[in-house]
Design a protein. Structure first.
Length: 454
């Protein structure tokens, strides 16, 4: 139905208002009222498409989500078009992935004939990512994977259900039959792209990670310890020749994560892994590792600790997650690279004691690299959320550990014995690992590195 000239003019005026102020949702509501009042569903769709473009031009996520949700509603209720309606809702879910209700609706929509099992599975995985205890979605994924003959994916879901104490006979049969009797080691190293897309999974902290990658070398030496004063040469472990299982597992983990294997020393009286920076990383292996632990636990511990040797995570490990010091280093380096930057009073007080040492440590090359990253911060509103970054880095270390361990229960058993390096409690980290264990990035890495079971 065509709008009358008067109403059409009002709609055009409102679109101009939306372009001027895309953050005002009432403008779109008034456009809707005019189209609905005239019974003009086709025109309403065109207006919503214009709103999507305005949202894109202004980088306004909220307006984009609202417009896509309205488009989905029109296609579903007025045109009875499942595919176009679900596709529109997919766009809203992509922009706002934390909305569980939207994923639930998409599961139901894509389950209608003709069903799209791939899309149903994607939204079940999203729901488990939001709530790792979501048994209904885990069970649906398990059953769908079994029916599709995807044995490795079914095994990962079965492990999650078993860990949650919700395993039935079919789940236990898969776990018992497919769990490797001996450790499967990666057939090759992770590529930088696989690390970024499959392990780090953190577009929101990429700029922070890039700055810390630049700082890792020059700043770590500000916290260097004297190895001779701390350790005895008699406690050095020759990883190449020792028959100890933990050393072989750490060597395999270093190869898989594409990081150099550091020097290793026996940590007398200690448990787990301790870390020192002595101009280069040094690991101390506790008595429990020297005596031997379950293979999956050893590989998790190796993957978790060696992941921190990646440059973007290294300072977090050197400083044991001390947020005030990390913040002082981060902001101080920005100010040294671009002296015109003015810090808030509280941040300036935090930076001042460290500033002379940072200024001496950062040479021209490092300063230029950091200065080149500053515009990316300005595009993100200049917000520096280092707590979020430490949680992201620790989550990445846990994912690396799980990938190498190859099984969820052993990985979580090892994780719960660790000391956290971020504000996230270990129980929360374990829960997050359940969601990752049934994710697409994890499945892709298992296949790519020859770790999948069948």
């Amino acid at each position: 139905m065509n709008l009358s000239p008067g109403i059409a003019a009002q709609v055009d005026d409102l679109h101009r208002a939306l372009e001027t102020n895309p953050g005002d949702p009432s403008v779109l509501e008034r456009i809707e009222d005019l189209h609905r009042g005239a019974g003009d569903d086709d025109g309403w769709v065109r207006s919503l498409r214009r709103a999507v473009k305005v949202a894109s031009d202004h980088d306004d996520r909220d307006l984009a989500v609202l417009a896509w949700v309205h488009l989905a509603e029109v296609y579903l209720t007025q045109f009875g078009d499942r595919d176009q309606g679900a596709d529109a809702l997919e766009q809203a879910a992509r922009l706002d992935p934390a909305d569980a209700t939207r994923h639930e609706v998409l599961v139901e929509l894509w389950s209608r004939p003709p069903a799209r099992p791939d899309r149903v599975a994607a939204h079940h995985r999203a729901l488990v990512g939001l709530d790792p205890g979501r048994v209904a979605s885990l069970r649906a994924l398990f059953e769908n994977n079994l029916a599709a003959g995807a044995q490795d994916a079914a095994f990962c879901c079965a492990e999650a259900l078993s860990f949650l104490g919700r395993a039935d006979t079919a789940v236990l049969e898969i776990v018992g039959r497919l769990r490797p009797r001996t450790a499967k080691l990666p057939q090759r190293a992770l590529t930088p792209e696989e690390w970024r897309r499959g392990i780090l999974l953190a577009e929101h902290t990429n700029t922070v990670a890039a700055v810390f990658s630049v700082l890792a070398g020059p700043v770590a030496d500000l916290y260097k310890v004297d190895l001779r004063a701390r350790l005895s040469a008699d406690d050095r472990v020759d990883v190449a020749s020792t028959p100890l299982a933990f050393a072989r597992r750490f060597a395999a983990a270093a190869n898989a994560l594409a990081v150099p294997l550091p020097e290793v020393y026996r940590w007398r009286g200690g448990r787990g892994v301790e870390f020192l920076h002595a101009g280069a990383p040094v690991l101390l292996a506790g008595e429990d590792l020297m005596a031997g632990r379950d293979d999956a636990e050893l590989l998790f511990v190796a993957g978790r600790h060696l992941a921190y040797l990646r440059p973007e995570c290294y300072l977090l490990r050197v400083l044991r997650g001390q947020l005030p010091t990390l913040r002082a280093i981060f902001l101080g380096s920005l100010q040294i690279a671009l002296p015109a930057i003015e810090l808030p009073v509280d941040d300036a007080r935090l930076v001042d004691p460290l500033y002379p040492r940072l200024e001496k440590a950062l040479g021209p090359k490092a300063r230029a690299a950091i200065a080149a990253l500053v515009p990316r911060f300005q595009q993100l509103g200049g917000v520096v959320d280092l707590e979020r970054f430490t949680v992201t880095a620790e989550s990445a270390a846990n994912r690396a550990g799980l990938l190498l361990a190859g099984e969820l229960q052993g990985a979580i058993a090892a994780l719960l014995k660790e000391t956290p390096l971020s504000p996230a409690p270990l129980e929360t980290q374990a829960s997050t690992l359940v969601g990752y264990a049934v994710s697409e990035p994890y499945a892709e890495l298992r296949a790519a590195l020859g770790l999948a079971v069948a």
